[in-house]
Design a protein around this ligand. Structure first.
Ligand SMILES: [Zn+2]
Length: 252
Protein backbone atom coordinates (compact mmCIF):
# COMPACT_ATOMS: atom_id res chain seq x y z
CA UNK A 1 0.00 0.00 0.00
CA UNK A 2 1.15 3.46 -0.89
CA UNK A 3 2.28 5.86 1.84
CA UNK A 4 0.73 9.33 1.92
CA UNK A 5 1.25 12.22 4.25
CA UNK A 6 -1.93 13.62 5.80
CA UNK A 7 -2.04 17.39 5.92
CA UNK A 8 -3.04 19.53 8.86
CA UNK A 9 -6.41 21.15 8.27
CA UNK A 10 -6.97 24.60 9.68
CA UNK A 11 -9.24 24.87 12.69
CA UNK A 12 -9.94 23.23 16.01
CA UNK A 13 -9.77 20.47 17.05
CA UNK A 14 -6.49 20.04 15.14
CA UNK A 15 -6.86 17.29 12.55
CA UNK A 16 -4.96 15.64 9.73
CA UNK A 17 -6.76 14.76 6.51
CA UNK A 18 -5.98 12.61 3.47
CA UNK A 19 -4.88 15.14 0.81
CA UNK A 20 -5.93 12.96 -2.14
CA UNK A 21 -9.29 11.94 -0.75
CA UNK A 22 -10.14 15.56 -0.11
CA UNK A 23 -9.94 16.01 -3.90
CA UNK A 24 -11.16 12.60 -5.12
CA UNK A 25 -14.01 12.18 -2.61
CA UNK A 26 -15.29 15.71 -1.93
CA UNK A 27 -18.54 14.17 -0.63
CA UNK A 28 -16.62 12.95 2.43
CA UNK A 29 -15.09 14.47 5.50
CA UNK A 30 -12.29 12.18 6.67
CA UNK A 31 -9.41 12.54 9.03
CA UNK A 32 -7.78 11.96 12.37
CA UNK A 33 -7.62 14.55 15.11
CA UNK A 34 -4.22 15.38 16.58
CA UNK A 35 -2.94 15.85 20.10
CA UNK A 36 -2.60 19.35 21.49
CA UNK A 37 -4.07 21.85 23.87
CA UNK A 38 -7.75 21.18 24.31
CA UNK A 39 -7.70 18.31 21.79
CA UNK A 40 -7.98 15.21 24.00
CA UNK A 41 -11.20 13.44 22.95
CA UNK A 42 -11.07 10.58 25.43
CA UNK A 43 -14.67 9.93 26.43
CA UNK A 44 -14.14 7.07 28.85
CA UNK A 45 -11.59 8.74 31.09
CA UNK A 46 -11.46 11.06 34.05
CA UNK A 47 -11.40 14.41 32.29
CA UNK A 48 -14.26 16.78 33.07
CA UNK A 49 -16.85 15.52 30.62
CA UNK A 50 -18.22 18.94 29.73
CA UNK A 51 -14.84 19.97 28.27
CA UNK A 52 -14.54 16.74 26.30
CA UNK A 53 -18.12 16.89 25.06
CA UNK A 54 -17.56 20.43 23.86
CA UNK A 55 -14.62 19.21 21.75
CA UNK A 56 -16.77 16.44 20.27
CA UNK A 57 -19.51 18.92 19.52
CA UNK A 58 -16.95 21.10 17.77
CA UNK A 59 -15.73 18.12 15.71
CA UNK A 60 -19.34 17.50 14.67
CA UNK A 61 -19.67 21.10 13.57
CA UNK A 62 -16.43 21.30 11.56
CA UNK A 63 -17.30 18.10 9.68
CA UNK A 64 -20.81 19.38 8.93
CA UNK A 65 -22.23 16.23 10.55
CA UNK A 66 -25.62 15.92 12.19
CA UNK A 67 -24.95 13.02 14.50
CA UNK A 68 -21.77 11.51 15.97
CA UNK A 69 -21.62 7.74 16.52
CA UNK A 70 -19.07 6.30 18.91
CA UNK A 71 -18.64 3.04 20.83
CA UNK A 72 -16.68 1.75 23.74
CA UNK A 73 -14.01 -0.26 21.93
CA UNK A 74 -13.09 -3.77 23.00
CA UNK A 75 -10.38 -4.86 20.49
CA UNK A 76 -12.85 -7.21 18.83
CA UNK A 77 -14.27 -7.83 15.36
CA UNK A 78 -17.78 -6.45 15.78
CA UNK A 79 -18.97 -3.93 13.19
CA UNK A 80 -22.22 -1.99 13.64
CA UNK A 81 -24.39 -0.72 10.80
CA UNK A 82 -26.11 2.62 11.24
CA UNK A 83 -29.11 2.81 8.91
CA UNK A 84 -30.90 5.87 10.15
CA UNK A 85 -29.81 9.14 11.61
CA UNK A 86 -30.88 9.83 15.16
CA UNK A 87 -31.18 13.13 16.90
CA UNK A 88 -28.46 15.73 16.56
CA UNK A 89 -25.62 15.12 19.02
CA UNK A 90 -23.53 12.16 20.12
CA UNK A 91 -24.85 8.59 20.12
CA UNK A 92 -23.00 5.97 22.15
CA UNK A 93 -23.72 2.70 20.38
CA UNK A 94 -23.00 -0.74 21.87
CA UNK A 95 -19.50 -2.13 22.29
CA UNK A 96 -17.86 -2.39 18.87
CA UNK A 97 -14.65 -1.64 16.98
CA UNK A 98 -16.19 -0.80 13.64
CA UNK A 99 -19.04 1.14 12.09
CA UNK A 100 -20.55 1.33 8.61
CA UNK A 101 -23.22 3.56 7.13
CA UNK A 102 -24.52 5.04 3.90
CA UNK A 103 -26.53 7.74 5.65
CA UNK A 104 -25.29 11.30 5.06
CA UNK A 105 -24.58 13.26 8.19
CA UNK A 106 -23.67 10.34 10.49
CA UNK A 107 -20.10 10.92 11.68
CA UNK A 108 -18.43 7.57 12.37
CA UNK A 109 -15.65 7.81 14.98
CA UNK A 110 -13.04 5.59 16.61
CA UNK A 111 -10.72 6.59 19.45
CA UNK A 112 -7.05 5.72 18.96
CA UNK A 113 -3.61 6.24 20.50
CA UNK A 114 -1.27 3.92 18.49
CA UNK A 115 -3.95 1.58 17.10
CA UNK A 116 -4.88 2.06 13.44
CA UNK A 117 -7.95 4.08 12.41
CA UNK A 118 -9.02 2.45 9.12
CA UNK A 119 -11.28 4.29 6.69
CA UNK A 120 -13.12 2.35 3.98
CA UNK A 121 -14.92 4.21 1.22
CA UNK A 122 -17.15 3.06 -1.63
CA UNK A 123 -17.67 5.98 -4.05
CA UNK A 124 -20.10 3.88 -6.13
CA UNK A 125 -22.66 3.26 -3.38
CA UNK A 126 -21.45 6.20 -1.27
CA UNK A 127 -21.07 3.88 1.70
CA UNK A 128 -18.37 4.18 4.33
CA UNK A 129 -16.79 2.17 7.12
CA UNK A 130 -14.46 3.11 9.95
CA UNK A 131 -12.55 0.58 12.05
CA UNK A 132 -10.30 0.56 15.11
CA UNK A 133 -7.53 -2.02 14.80
CA UNK A 134 -4.80 -3.04 17.17
CA UNK A 135 -3.25 -6.48 16.98
CA UNK A 136 -6.13 -8.07 18.88
CA UNK A 137 -8.69 -6.55 16.53
CA UNK A 138 -6.71 -7.75 13.51
CA UNK A 139 -6.65 -11.26 14.96
CA UNK A 140 -10.41 -10.99 15.60
CA UNK A 141 -10.91 -10.19 11.90
CA UNK A 142 -11.98 -6.55 12.15
CA UNK A 143 -10.66 -5.72 8.64
CA UNK A 144 -12.46 -8.66 7.04
CA UNK A 145 -15.65 -7.86 8.96
CA UNK A 146 -15.48 -4.24 7.84
CA UNK A 147 -15.21 -5.18 4.16
CA UNK A 148 -17.93 -7.83 4.55
CA UNK A 149 -20.27 -5.35 6.18
CA UNK A 150 -19.99 -3.07 3.17
CA UNK A 151 -20.44 -6.00 0.77
CA UNK A 152 -23.62 -7.02 2.62
CA UNK A 153 -24.92 -3.55 1.78
CA UNK A 154 -24.10 -3.95 -1.92
CA UNK A 155 -20.45 -2.89 -2.25
CA UNK A 156 -17.95 -4.70 -4.45
CA UNK A 157 -14.50 -5.05 -2.88
CA UNK A 158 -12.76 -3.74 -6.00
CA UNK A 159 -14.72 -0.50 -5.69
CA UNK A 160 -13.39 0.16 -2.20
CA UNK A 161 -10.72 2.60 -1.10
CA UNK A 162 -8.92 1.80 2.17
CA UNK A 163 -6.74 4.11 4.24
CA UNK A 164 -4.80 3.21 7.39
CA UNK A 165 -4.50 6.48 9.33
CA UNK A 166 -1.83 7.69 11.78
CA UNK A 167 -0.76 4.84 14.07
CA UNK A 168 2.33 3.40 15.67
CA UNK A 169 4.92 2.59 13.00
CA UNK A 170 6.72 -0.60 12.10
CA UNK A 171 9.82 0.44 14.03
CA UNK A 172 8.12 1.56 17.26
CA UNK A 173 5.74 -1.27 18.00
CA UNK A 174 7.77 -4.08 19.52
CA UNK A 175 5.70 -7.06 20.61
CA UNK A 176 6.38 -10.61 21.75
CA UNK A 177 6.66 -13.62 19.49
CA UNK A 178 3.16 -14.70 20.56
CA UNK A 179 1.69 -11.60 18.88
CA UNK A 180 3.56 -12.34 15.66
CA UNK A 181 2.20 -15.87 15.83
CA UNK A 182 -1.37 -14.73 16.55
CA UNK A 183 -1.19 -12.47 13.47
CA UNK A 184 -0.03 -15.38 11.32
CA UNK A 185 3.46 -13.93 10.89
CA UNK A 186 6.65 -15.95 11.14
CA UNK A 187 8.10 -16.54 14.61
CA UNK A 188 10.84 -13.92 15.15
CA UNK A 189 12.26 -15.92 18.08
CA UNK A 190 11.80 -13.07 20.53
CA UNK A 191 10.33 -9.56 20.83
CA UNK A 192 10.35 -7.77 17.46
CA UNK A 193 8.42 -4.85 15.98
CA UNK A 194 5.21 -5.44 14.06
CA UNK A 195 3.94 -3.11 11.33
CA UNK A 196 0.19 -3.02 12.02
CA UNK A 197 -0.68 -0.95 8.95
CA UNK A 198 1.09 -3.45 6.72
CA UNK A 199 -1.03 -6.25 8.21
CA UNK A 200 -4.12 -4.11 7.57
CA UNK A 201 -3.12 -3.85 3.90
CA UNK A 202 -2.55 -7.59 3.61
CA UNK A 203 -5.91 -8.40 5.19
CA UNK A 204 -7.73 -5.88 3.00
CA UNK A 205 -5.96 -7.22 -0.08
CA UNK A 206 -7.01 -10.77 0.77
CA UNK A 207 -10.58 -9.48 1.11
CA UNK A 208 -10.44 -8.22 -2.49
CA UNK A 209 -9.43 -4.57 -2.12
CA UNK A 210 -7.14 -3.45 -4.95
CA UNK A 211 -3.57 -2.53 -3.95
CA UNK A 212 -3.69 0.74 -5.89
CA UNK A 213 -6.71 1.84 -3.85
CA UNK A 214 -4.97 1.35 -0.50
CA UNK A 215 -2.93 3.99 1.30
CA UNK A 216 -1.28 4.27 4.69
CA UNK A 217 -0.25 7.24 6.74
CA UNK A 218 3.34 8.44 6.87
CA UNK A 219 2.74 9.66 10.43
CA UNK A 220 3.73 7.58 13.44
CA UNK A 221 1.82 8.35 16.65
CA UNK A 222 4.95 7.65 18.68
CA UNK A 223 8.05 8.80 16.80
CA UNK A 224 6.89 11.33 14.23
CA UNK A 225 7.35 15.08 14.49
CA UNK A 226 3.57 15.43 14.33
CA UNK A 227 1.96 15.38 17.75
CA UNK A 228 -0.42 12.50 18.42
CA UNK A 229 -1.38 10.70 21.61
CA UNK A 230 0.65 7.52 21.95
CA UNK A 231 -0.26 4.89 24.51
CA UNK A 232 3.23 3.39 24.18
CA UNK A 233 4.74 6.80 24.88
CA UNK A 234 2.70 7.04 28.08
CA UNK A 235 -0.13 9.32 26.94
CA UNK A 236 -3.60 8.94 28.46
CA UNK A 237 -5.28 11.05 25.82
CA UNK A 238 -7.00 9.87 22.67
CA UNK A 239 -7.32 11.23 19.15
CA UNK A 240 -10.27 10.32 17.01
CA UNK A 241 -10.44 8.92 13.51
CA UNK A 242 -13.58 10.15 11.78
CA UNK A 243 -15.46 9.63 8.54
CA UNK A 244 -18.77 11.02 7.32
CA UNK A 245 -20.79 11.23 4.12
CA UNK A 246 -21.26 14.98 4.09
CA UNK A 247 -24.89 15.94 4.44
CA UNK A 248 -24.16 19.23 2.67
CA UNK A 249 -22.69 17.55 -0.46
CA UNK A 250 -25.47 15.21 -1.51
CA UNK A 251 -25.18 13.47 -4.88
CA UNK A 252 -26.80 15.54 -7.64
ZN1 LIG B 1 7.38 5.23 15.02
Amino acid sequence: MRTIEEVLEAGWPARYVHPEWREVHPWLAQGTTAAGDDCDLRLFGELPSNRVLMRWERLREVTAAEEVVHSRQVHGGRVLRHGTAGASGIRLAGEADGHVTAVPGILLTVAVADCVPISIVDPTTRSIGLLHAGWRGLVAGIVERGVESLMEAGSRPDDLYVHAGPSICGQCYEVGAEVHEALGLSDPGGPQPVDLARVVGERAGNAGVLAERMTRSAHCTRCGPQWFYSHRAGADGRQVGYLVVRADRRAP
